[in-house]
Design a protein around this ligand. Structure first.
Ligand SMILES: [Zn+2]
Length: 116
């Protein structure tokens, strides 16, 4: 997998964690009244900040824009020849390129990754 994609996937994971922690509903269901550790929040924020430094600012900007627009699921898997985010069929040259390069879906703009 392209290392940039791996970094973006980790970033997305931290964004989901931080969002879950901040949501009341999740706190009630997920933690059954247990107070979420301040330490975990600090670690997640710090790790997220570290990751953002590894990402090209242009790509990070693109990431943030998609995160804002769709509220999550920024880095998606290619399923056969389909985008795992918006489910359109992708051009076959793009499907080939996503195995080695950082590419985005021409329809929704999400980052694509390939799993064998
Ligand atoms: Zn798409």
């Amino acid at each position: 997998m392209n290392p940039q994609i791996e970094t973006l996937r980790s970033l997305e994971e931290f964004d989901h964690i931080l969002r879950d922690i901040a949501s009341d509903g999740y706190q009630q269901v997920g933690f059954k009244g247990i107070k979420i550790s301040e330490e975990l929040i600090r670690i997640a924020e710090r790790e997220r900040a570290k990751l953002t430094k590894k990402i090209d600012p242009k790509i990070l900007h693109q990431y943030e824009r998609i995160m804002k627009r769709y509220g999550g699921r920024v880095v998606v898997q290619v399923i056969k020849e389909f985008c795992g985010g918006c489910y359109v069929k992708l051009p076959s040259e793009l499907v080939v390129r996503c195995r080695t390069e950082l590419v985005t879906c021409p329809n929704c703009g999400r980052f694509l990754y390939w799993v064998k």
